[in-house]
Design a binder for this molecule. Structure first.
Ligand code: G3I
Length: 349
């Protein structure tokens, strides 16, 4: 019985490996132009998705394990092992490694906000803790992580000053952004440092992001690029608005990166699909091709990271999206290439 199971598993791995090899490598197709990355959890290094990762991608980023809540859950008690696994894999397979993220309001550990007496932490204490976190994490992966999402989702276009009204702002004013970049640069002067956000194509958001970034540049803050998450759908936003946003930041002399690409089959906030899945998967293929063409037209954009490998593991079917059956990535739940894969491959030709 056990032997038979082992044989089936072996055969399964063989079939998967063979399937991965039949499909030309996306990383090779884009070589010299774009790094093709994937966000992963350590468990995916040994899952059914592993052959796809090895074949089609030449860059990785931690989907979760480098976030502050995950890597420093208690003050001074770091949990490096899961992140170390990813870094070791990247190094062992000659892949590039992005770092995500040093500061995010949704994944800041609660201990950040209270001092030893249980009182609200002061501005100085919070900045000292931020410095220590960044020095430790960036320092550990110095030379191994080539680019960091230093701050994630700090922009709120509804605020007059364009910054999210969170605990970071309440405690430090706007100092935390500038300081995060300065601490990261001091810890690894060669790392490329990004400000990362979603919906960067929306005019109000884009203008706010531009205002904040211009302010950082004017103050000599080491910000090197803008990370565009790019959680888009088959239907929106338009490639023109994405192109306009990339152009805005390229004109400031910054790099652009697409950092979290996926293409939902659902219309914005819809609970059900608006067409047959087969039709939507075709449209998704065209959409991936159109997006990649825009990215290729931007010489300052040298890396595109997908937020996952295959539809068997995607954030878009969990949390607020529980109950949907979304399929936003390049490979299906059986790790077979989708029209999305073909669209992306053909765009490189
Ligand atoms: O690991 C625990 C598990 O032990 C527990 O049983 C389970 C129960 O809910 O939760 C697991 O943690 C989840 C974690 O993902 C790992 O799977 C969290 O609940 C869940 O909230 C977390 O979601 C992640 C989310 O960021 C919040 O950190 C998603 O996987 C991840 O894809 C998503 O990624 C973000 C980017 O960092 C920033 N941009 C948006 C993007 C999508 O939301």
């Amino acid at each position: 019985m056990i032997r038979r199971a082992a044989l089936t598993m072996l055969l399964g791995t063989f079939v998967l490996n063979a399937a991965a090899q039949e499909t030309p490598s996306l990383a090779k197709a884009y070589e010299g132009r774009l790094k093709i990355g994937a966000a992963i959890e350590p468990s995916q290094l040994t899952s059914a998705e592993a052959p796809l990762l090895a074949t089609h991608f030449n860059s990785i980023v931690a989907e979760n394990v480098m976030k502050p809540t995950d890597i420093q859950p208690k003050e001074g008690a770091y949990n490096f092992a899961p992140a170390d696994k990813l870094v070791a894999y990247a190094q062992g397979s000659g892949m590039a490694m992005r770092g995500h993220t040093l500061l995010w309001h949704l994944r800041t550990p609660e201990w950040m906000w209270t001092d030893k007496e249980g009182k609200p932490a002061s501005r100085d204490l919070v900045l000292a803790r931020l410095k220590s976190h960044i020095e430790t994490v960036v320092g550990r992966y110095k030379g191994a992580v080539y680019a960091w999402d230093v701050v994630n989702e700090v922009i709120d276009e509804k605020q007059p000053n364009c910054l999210r009204k969170d605990k970071w702002f309440a405690t430090t004013g706007d100092a935390y952004i500038e300081q995060a970049f300065r601490y990261a640069h001091a810890a690894d002067p060669k790392a490329r440092l990004y400000i990362n956000d979603y919906s960067t194509d929306e005019p109000a958001k884009r203008q706010c992001l531009e205002r904040i970034v211009k302010g950082l540049i004017a103050r000599g803050v080491p910000v090197h690029g803008v990370g565009h998450q790019m959680h888009v759908s088959v239907f929106s936003p338009s490639v023109e608005s994405i192109d306009e946003s990339l152009t805005t930041f390229a004109r400031l002399g910054l790099e652009n990166q697409v950092t979290e690409l996926d293409v939902s089959l659902y219309r914005y906030q819809a609970k059900s699909l608006s067409d047959t899945e087969a039709k939507l998967l075709q449209l998704q293929g065209e959409r991936y091709a159109a997006l990649m063409k825009v990215f290729l037209a931007h010489p300052e954009l040298r890396a595109v990271t997908l937020w996952g490998i295959s539809d068997s593991h995607t954030w878009l079917n969990h949390g607020e999206y529980e109950g949907r059956h979304d399929s936003p990535l390049l490979f299906d739940r059986q790790q077979k290439p989708k029209p999305a894969y073909t669209g992306m491959l053909n765009a490189a030709k």
